[in-house]
Design a protein around this ligand. Structure first.
Ligand SMILES: Nc1ncnc2c1ncn2[C@@H]1O[C@H](COP(=O)(O)OP(=O)(O)OP(=O)(O)O)[C@@H](O)[C@H]1O
Ligand SMILES: O=C(O)[C@H](O)CO
Length: 530
C-alpha cells in the first residue's frame, strides 16, 4: 500500500522534456526496429575510446587539462594501460600529448590488433612510430604468462618514476585479467585457480575483485603506490554498475583498505576456504602484499598524488542514446544504468512495464504498479526510478506525446543450465519477446538488448531485437522457444529465426560499458485497446 501511495505522489511530477505531437509527426517515422538499432549505435558511439579520451583530456600548449585540473607537460609524461578498450584510448591519448610522451606500455587482449585491423578500426591502433609498446595477453579473458609479463613491464615503468613525472593510466574492463601480479609466494596458476573457482561458484564482480585486490601487487592501489612520488592521472572507462573506482579492473590506482576477514568471508560464502593453496594463507596473513613489502597500509599521501576520473560509463552511453532517440522523434526516458539480477526477473520487469504502458487510459491497475515496484530491488532498480518512469508513461498516454523510448543499462546474469550458444542479451531479448506476446501488450512494442562491446557471451552477435510477433514467427518456422531457452541456446534460436534478421551484429566495437536495453513503445493511440 505504501508503494502505491508513493507512486500516486510521483505521478504528479511534471517531466521537463515535452515534445509536441505535431513536431514528432513531422519527423521521419522509420520502423521502431530500425530506430531501436540506431539508438543502440548512438549509445556505443558515445563511449568510443577515442571520443571519451578527447572529451576528458585537453591540451593547451604545455598544459594538460583533466577534469578541471591542470598538469604541466615538460617531456615528463609516461603512459600505461590495461583493459579491452585501452588500445583505442592510448592511440588518442598519444595523438593529444604528442612529443611529451616519453614511453608507454599497454596490456591488451590477445589478438586485438589483428581483429581491430580486420574490422577497419585503424584509428584504434597505434601509429608505426608510437612510443607505446603494445603487449597482448590474457587469452579468453584469463590471466596468463603473457599478461603477467605485461604487468611486470608496467610495474617496472611505474617504479622508475620521479616526482617530476606524470603517469597517465588508462583503465577499462578486462583490466584485472590483463594486469596479473600475484603477491608472492602465490603463483599465477594458484591465483588463477582461486578466481576461476569463485567465478564458477557464481561470485559477483564485486566479490571477485575484492579477492583479486588482496592477492595482487598492483591491484587495490598497488600501481599508484609503485608510481609514487610521480603524479598519477587515471582515465577510467567503467564496466561495473555504479562505477566503483576501487572495483573497476580491481582498482590499481585506488587505495583500498586491506581486510583479510572480508576476503575470508567471501571464500567461506562459496565454500572455498578449505580448498585453497597454502600460499594464499600466507599472502592473507601478511599485512599488505604490495611491492612484496609488509606495509601496514598504503600511506594516505600516495593517494594525494592520484587523480581518478571516470571518462566513460553506461550512464554516458544512455545519455547519448537518449539524444539520438529525440532526433528520431522518440520521447526518451532513462530508467536506470544499474539493471542487474537474473534475466528472468529483468524480462519480467520489462514485460510489466510494457503492460503498464499499454493499459487503457486512466485505468492503470495499481496492482501492476505495485508489482513493478516490488520487483525493483531484485533487478537493481530504485523505486524512485520506477515511479519516475511510470509517471512519464502515464503522462505520455494521457497527452499523446508520440512514441516513447525507454532506456536502461547494466549487466543481468544468466544461470547456465544448458550447453547451447548464447549470451545474456540474446536470452533477455528472447524472454522479453515472450512477455510482449501477452494479450495485454498492444502490438508494435519493440525491445532491444545489446552488449556495448559488440559481443554477447561467446557469440558473434551483440544481442537481439524482439517484439510481440516473436512467438508466432517462431512457431510458424517450427522453432520451440522453450527448448532453446532450457538449453541456453538463444544465439542458435535467433540465427535460425527468419535468417537471423533479429540479431544485432555491430561487430567488435572496441569499447565496453556493459549492456544497453531499449524498449520502444509506439504512440499511445496505437497502444490503446479498442
Ligand atoms: N549460452 C549462453 N547463454 C546465455 N548466456 C551465456 C551463455 N554462455 C555464456 N553466457 C553468459 O555470458 C557472459 C560472459 O560473456 P561476456 O564475455 O560477454 O561477458 P563479460 O564477462 O561481461 O565480459 P565483458 O565484461 O567483456 O562484457 C556470462 O555472464 C555468461 O553467463
Ligand atoms: O577487469 C575487471 O575486473 C572487470 O572487467 C571489471 O572491471
Amino acid at each position: 500500500m505504501a508503494q502505491i501511495i508513493a507512486l500516486s505522489r510521483f505521478f504528479h511530477l511534471q517531466h521537463p522534456l515535452r515534445v509536441s505531437l505535431a513536431s514528432l509527426c513531422s519527423r521521419s517515422m522509420s520502423s521502431l526496429d530500425t530506430r531501436a538499432r540506431a539508438v543502440f549505435s548512438a549509445a556505443v558511439e558515445g563511449v568510443q575510446p577515442d571520443i571519451v579520451v578527447r572529451r576528458s583530456l585537453e591540451r593547451y600548449g604545455d598544459k594538460l587539462l583533466v577534469n578541471g585540473q591542470s598538469f604541466t607537460l615538460t617531456n615528463n609524461l609516461y603512459l600505461v594501460g590495461f583493459g579491452k578498450a585501452v588500445l583505442g584510448m592510448a592511440a588518442e591519448a598519444e595523438r593529444i600529448v604528442g612529443d611529451h610522451l616519453i614511453k608507454g606500455v599497454v596490456s591488451v587482449p590477445h589478438g586485438i590488433q589483428k581483429t581491430l585491423h580486420n574490422h577497419g578500426k585503424e584509428k584504434m591502433l597505434l601509429e608505426k612510430n608510437s612510443r607505446i609498446t603494445v603487449m597482448e595477453g590474457a587469452k579468453n579473458n584469463l590471466p596468463d604468462a603473457d599478461a603477467q609479463k605485461s604487468a611486470e613491464c608496467i610495474r617496472e615503468l611505474a617504479s622508475g618514476l620521479t616526482e617530476k613525472d606524470l603517469l597517465l593510466v588508462l583503465i577499462s574492463g578486462g583490466g584485472s585479467a590483463l594486469l596479473p601480479a600475484p603477491a608472492p609466494p602465490m603463483s599465477l596458476q594458484e591465483k588463477q585457480d582461486v578466481t576461476r573457482k569463485l567465478a564458477a561458484a557464481g561470485a559477483t564482480i564485486q566479490e571477485l575483485n575484492t579477492v583479486r585486490r588482496a592477492l595482487s601487487l598492483l591491484k587495490g592501489g598497488g600501481l599508484a603506490q609503485c608510481a609514487n612520488p610521480a603524479q598519477v592521472v587515471a582515465l577510467i572507462l567503467s564496466d561495473v554498475i555504479g562505477d566503483p573506482l576501487d572495483l573497476i579492473a580491481s582498482g590499481p590506482t585506488v587505495r583500498s583498505d586491506f581486510k583479510p576477514e572480508k576476503v575470508w568471508a567471501i571464500l567461506d560464502r562459496y565454500k572455498l576456504s578449505y580448498s585453497l593453496p597454502s600460499s594464499m594463507n600466507e599472502v592473507l596473513s601478511k599485512a599488505r602484499p604490495h611491492y612484496g613489502l609488509q606495509v601496514q597500509e598504503q600511506p594516505e599521501e600516495v593517494q594525494d598524488h592520484v587523480l581518478n576520473v571516470v571518462i566513460g560509463s553506461n550512464t554516458i552511453a544512455l545519455e547519448c542514446a537518449s539524444r539520438k532517440a529525440v532526433e528520431l522523434g522518440l520521447r526518451p526516458v532513462i530508467l536506470s544504468p544499474g539493471v542487474c539480477g537474473d534475466v528472468r526477473s529483468v524480462a519480467r520487469l520489462y514485460g510489466l512495464l510494457s503492460r503498464f504502458a499499454c493499459s487503457p487510459e486512466k485505468e492503470t491497475p495499481p496492482e501492476l504498479a505495485a508489482e513493478i515496484l516490488q520487483l525493483g530491488p531484485e533487478v537493481g532498480v530504485e523505486s524512485w526510478d520506477l515511479c519516475r518512469t511510470m509517471n512519464v508513461l502515464v503522462e505520455e498516454r494521457k497527452e499523446g506525446w508520440g512514441a516513447t523510448c525507454l532506456l536502461a543499462g547494466g549487466e543481468p546474469t544468466v544461470q547456465l543450465t544448458g550447453k547451447g550458444r548464447g549470451g545474456r542479451n540474446q536470452e533477455l531479448a528472447l524472454r522479453v519477446g515472450l512477455e510482449l506476446s501477452s494479450d495485454e501488450v498492444k502490438s508494435g512494442v519493440v525491445f532491444l538488448s545489446g552488449g556495448t562491446d559488440g559481443q554477447d557471451g561467446p557469440t558473434e552477435a551483440a544481442g537481439a531485437v524482439t517484439d510481440g510477433e516473436l512467438m508466432k514467427e517462431a512457431m510458424s518456422q517450427g522453432l520451440d522457444i522453450d527448448g532453446f531457452l532450457t538449453n541456453n541456446d538463444s544465439f542458435t534460436f535467433f540465427s535460425q529465426l527468419t535468417e537471423g534478421r533479429r540479431l544485432l551484429m555491430p561487430g567488435l566495437t572496441g569499447t565496453n560499458v556493459m549492456d544497453v536495453h531499449a524498449m520502444l513503445l509506439p504512440p499511445s493511440p496505437q497502444r490503446d485497446f479498442q
